[in-house]
Design a protein. Structure first.
Lengths: 112, 137
């Protein structure tokens, strides 16, 4: 799995993920992901390049989002594949970390 | 492809599992949605065995998966020689209403329950045997 961080005009950052988000990915990029998204700022997770998501990845998202929220930040996601969207919804994640269809909606939400 | 996959009970074996599921899906001409759910459920089930069964480098622990197909279903039997662990006995997961209340664990078995039409566990004295049934159509 690959992780890339970019800054959003107006504040916050976007984390672009690409690949299979499973245990091996969590081992590979987990620490970097956590450090990049827990600064207490607005964070958008770009899910367009993610083709699989296991519950260990959901665990990483929740722990990171909680740490970020504790510092006053907000995490949202956008662009998930419909099958990943379904498993996120079944897991109750979309109530905790809002998931949007497109980038403008995610930016509007994170800067709200 | 083999109807059977034998792996060691280690996290670094999980990609072998997903490769096997991909071959199974192609052979059985599963829809992308069924193939994805099958991959997810088996990943969760095997991860639980490694995590809760004392695997991931433990002494000669193995996991064997075998499948058989029915008219509209696929049945997967997962057999392992790790510590007894019954996923069917785990409490039902209740999704939290807020991030503040959320705990990170419990979603793997929840996903298995949601995406299978049957989940049965038994221990034969030596092995855990978990049987999962999927609707394939």
């Amino acid at each position: 799995m690959f992780l890339k961080k970019e800054h959003i005009e107006g504040g916050g950052s976007i984390i672009i993920l690409t690949g299979r988000f499973d245990l091996q990915a969590v081992v590979e990029i987990g620490d970097e992901f956590t450090s990049q998204v827990t600064e207490g700022s607005g964070v958008i997770i770009d899910m367009r390049g993610v083709n699989f998501m296991a519950s260990v990845a959901i665990r990483l998202l929740i722990t990171s989002a909680k740490q970020n929220a504790a510092k006053g930040g907000r995490m949202v996601m956008y662009g998930a594949d419909p099958l990943i969207m379904e498993s996120l919804s079944v897991s109750g994640i979309t109530k905790l970390i809002p998931l949007f269809e497109d980038y403008p909606a995610a930016v509007a939400a994170v800067n709200h | 492809m083999a109807d059977r996959l034998a792996i060691e009970s280690r996290f670094d074996q999980l990609r072998l599992l997903s490769d096997w599921v991909g071959e199974l899906a192609a052979r059985q001409q599963l829809t992308p949605a069924v193939a994805y759910r099958l991959d997810l459920v088996l990943t969760e089930a095997v991860t639980n065995i490694i995590e809760h069964g004392g695997g991931n480098g433990g002494d000669h622990r193995w996991i064997i998966l075998e499948y058989q197909t029915g008219d509209q279903s696929i049945e997967i039997e997962i057999r392992d020689n790790s510590k007894p662990f019954d996923p069917t006995a785990q409490a039902e997961f209740t999704p939290p209403d807020s991030l503040h209340e959320a705990t990170p664990d419990g979603r793997g078995i929840h996903l298995i329950r949601k995406y299978t039409s049957g989940m049965h566990y038994r221990h034969d004295g030596e092995c855990n045997i978990l049987t999962l049934t999927f609707e394939s159509a």
